[in-house]
Design a protein around this ligand. Structure first.
Ligand SMILES: NC(=O)c1ccc[n+]([C@@H]2O[C@H](COP(=O)([O-])OP(=O)(O)OC[C@H]3O[C@@H](n4cnc5c(N)ncnc54)[C@H](OP(=O)(O)O)[C@@H]3O)[C@@H](O)[C@H]2O)c1
Length: 284
């Protein structure tokens, strides 16, 4: 049977003129890089990523089809946009390493937790645009929540670029840098709180007779659906709760138990404690 010839349709990348370095393409850096490729934000030949180990670089290069090396300076030299994805304690050394490649025309985006834009600006020793981001783990499925804040030398165009970058893995908000610890306490740590809620609801389902897998699916999909209602209707969560709570019905009994168990105060305290801890980590 004759094969049907498939014409190669080369769709240009959305941002074809920007060369990108992802320095520290680990879990989060790798998630971003793969989202760029999947959504065609950048073409593979616009990206140069680095990791710490040579064997890993070789394996990832084959897996992703992009340049992956351990040479941060080379990657940064070729790039207009440099993403910093190493562990927070490695950021000062990384900046020192790529210093010869930095110019005020380049853009640095760091998603290293608790590393301040000022520290990166000072390390660079020039008026360079530094944007700091705090993504969270659901970014791996394109459902992340990322807060961005700007350093002192960031243009509107650079902020727009940072939003495009993180919109490939979910939703973004922009906050003042002093609120980044609060973001860490809420959306950075938040998935853990919600997993506990889902686990507890599933456990409750088991208690009232549902098979565990059914209970877990119902609990997770209900959490997903409720979040979608809040995001897409724009209604206040209290109003949405009221629409489920019929007079003298079942839900109000459940709500009463939650209030008696102090669920609101527990969640508020969880975010407060995690925010405090993030402040301590930032202080070193
Ligand atoms: N994971 C998250 O959900 C999340 C959320 C918010 C913020 N962050 C931030 O993202 C950063 C990375 O976290 P992660 O979870 O992605 O950690 P990770 O998976 O360990 O990634 C770190 C990457 O850095 C590479 N690396 C180590 N030394 C290097 C060097 N000298 N030059 C270039 N690359 C080097 C490692 O390479 P090897 O694998 O070869 O050692 C690894 O690929 C952290 O600063 C963290 O605070 C992460």
């Amino acid at each position: 049977m004759a094969e049907i010839a498939v014409e190669a349709t080369e769709v240009p990348a959305q941002l074809p003129h920007i060369r990108v370095a992802v320095l520290g393409a680990g879990k989060m850096g790798g998630t971003l890089l793969q989202a760029f490729l999947k959504q065609n934000l950048f073409a593979p030949d616009q990206i140069h990523a680095t990791v710490g180990h040579k064997e890993r670089a070789t394996a990832l290069s084959t897996q992703w089809g992009v340049d992956v090396s351990t040479d941060n300076l080379e990657a940064a030299s070729q790039a207009d946009l440099i993403l910093l994805g190493v562990k927070p304690f490695q950021v000062p050394d990384l900046i020192a390493e790529i210093l010869p490649a930095l110019t005020p025309a380049k853009t640095l985006i760091s998603f290293a937790a608790s590393v301040k834009t000022r520290a990166i600006e000072d390390g660079a020793g020039m008026e360079i645009g530094v944007i700091r981001a705090m993504p969270n783990t659901p970014a791996a499925l394109g459902a992340g929540a990322t807060a961005l804040c700007r350093g002192r030398f960031v243009s509107a165009k650079q902020m727009e670029l940072a939003e495009r970058i993180f919109e490939t893995v979910g939703r973004t908000v922009t906050v003042q840098e002093k609120l980044m610890d609060a973001v860490t306490g809420l959306s950075g740590s938040g998935p853990a709180y919600i997993y506990i809620v889902i686990e507890a609801l599933a456990e409750a389902g088991v208690k009232v007779g549902l098979p565990r897998d059914t209970a877990t699916l119902l609990a997770a999909q209900t959490t997903f659906g409720a979040a979608k209602m809040v995001l897409e209707t724009g209604y206040h969560p209290a109003l949405l709760k009221d629409t489920v709570t019929t007079p003298a019905g079942c839900t109000i009994d459940g709500v009463m138990e939650l209030e008696e168990g102090g669920i609101r105060v527990a969640l508020i305290k969880a975010v407060m404690r995690a925010t405090e801890r993030a402040k301590q980590l930032a202080a070193g």
